[in-house]
Design a binder for this molecule. Structure first.
Ligand code: BTN
Length: 242
């Protein structure tokens, strides 16, 4: 299967679709490719956490040629959010910077990684997306059952294909014009942390404050209780809603 000449590889099970693509890059693969798995045995989340990836979800990674990818995570969050809303009519929200939520529960996580090749200066980009499309047959793993949700209760192959097609199309449509930041307003509007109390974990120190806005580079502005303000970029902080 292909989308716009980009190969789409479907796997039943893999350790991690992001790791799979990293190995491909290491072995000399340099064309964009999309890998989709029904299950991951060692799914990776942000901050070196694991990402529980049981059957029922969609685990998809996209390998992109090197480019300045600073906005790729928020752009992807908007593409996922719109794909969910288009196929299901369910309203979604975004938690800065890389999670999509339905009714205050997480339905999707995004992990973008850079892979350096010896020959080039700019890294290849791997965009990893994990979506709980259907509820796993035996329910969510106990570690995530209180904080995760799925779009649908029961597996349906047609819906699955429609969702994948919609997501890929939205992703590449936004990517074509990423410099124009067409996703930005939606990204800001859908973020539910704005105005909320948050704890910022920065350099191993926890500080309480209020998330006050997202700027045009998708950085989050937090006002701390001593009235100082700071802008954070994605990699710098771990955020908890209080
Ligand atoms: C997070 O919520 O912390 C990010 C989760 C990212 C999960 C996706 S699933 C596809 C790709 N492969 C992985 O191992 N991780 C990403």
């Amino acid at each position: 299967m292909k989308y716009r000449d980009i190969e789409i590889l479907k796997l039943d099970s893999v350790s991690s679709t992001n790791e799979y693509l990293k190995e491909l890059v290491k072995s000399g693969k340099c064309e964009p490719i999309i890998v989709i798995a029904d299950k991951q045995t060692n799914g990776k989340g942000t901050g070196n956490r694991s990402f529980i990836s049981d059957k029922g979800g969609i685990y998809l990674s996209i390998l992109l040629k090197p480019f300045d990818a600073s906005l790729i995570t928020p752009m992807t969050a908007v593409a996922v959010s719109e794909a969910i809303e288009q196929i299901s009519n369910i309203n979604t929200q975004i938690k800065w910077v890389n999670d999509v939520y339905i009714n205050s529960k997480k339905v999707c996580g995004i992990l973008c990684e850079a892979v350096y090749d010896k020959v080039i200066e700019k890294p290849y980009i791997i965009v990893g997306i994990g979506v709980n499309l259907f509820m796993p047959q035996n329910g969510f793993n106990s570690q995530i059952k209180d904080i995760a949700t799925s779009i649908y209760d029961y597996e349906n192959i047609e819906i699955k294909q429609r969702f994948i097609d919609t997501l890929i199309e939205k992703f590449f449509d936004y990517l074509d014009n990423i410099d124009q930041k067409n996703f930005l307003e939606k990204y800001k509007n859908k973020n539910f942390l704005i105005g909320k109390r948050v704890t910022v974990l920065h350099n191993n120190i926890k500080i309480d404050g209020t998330a006050i806005s997202i700027d045009d580079n998708c950085h989050l502005r937090v006002k701390f209780d001593d009235n100082t303000e700071k802008l954070f970029s994605s990699g710098e902080v771990s955020l908890k809603k209080i």
